[in-house]
Design a protein around this ligand. Structure first.
Ligand code: NI
Length: 139
């Protein structure tokens, strides 16, 4: 881990009060940790805008009785095998399946995969959660 550096920040009182309210609601115990997370988040956004690499998961639910749905999902997954690390399939009940697709790759390709899965008729609650893979955003 790299060395910690301290620096001072000057803020208007009202802005600081709102910041403290916000971090209290988000359960942070101190300003430093909140600020670190916010900086990491902004760095991630910049990486994504520049097409950086991400890792994450796409989760969705579908009714496996829906006609041709399974073959559409499998076709799309095979076309994206360069970004898919693994797929976990959970039989939720008689009708519904939950799939968790672990992904890693260029943000553009991960977004394309997530959009393609979401757009399939019968796929519900499709959500993409991702983080950067650059070392400075993981620390
Ligand atoms: Ni199933």
């Amino acid at each position: 881990m790299s060395e910690l550096v301290r620096f001072g920040v000057s803020l208007e009182e009202g802005l600081l009060r709102r910041f403290d309210d916000l971090i209290h609601r988000r359960k942070y115990t101190n300003r430093s940790e909140a600020l670190r997370d916010m900086i990491r988040q902004e760095l991630l956004k910049q990486d994504w805008e520049e097409g950086g690499e991400v890792a994450g998961a796409i989760t969705y639910i579908y009714d496996h009785h829906t006609r041709e749905l399974l073959s559409r999902i499998i076709d799309i997954q095979h076309d994206s095998q360069d970004v898919i690390i693994s797929t976990q399939h959970i039989h939720l009940d008689h009708h519904n399946c939950l799939e968790i697709v672990a992904v890693r790759g260029r943000v553009k390709k991960v977004l394309q995969l997530s959009d393609s899965l979401r757009a399939i008729k019968g796929v519900r609650h499709c959500a993409l959660s991702m983080t950067g893979t650059a070392e400075e955003t993981l620390r």
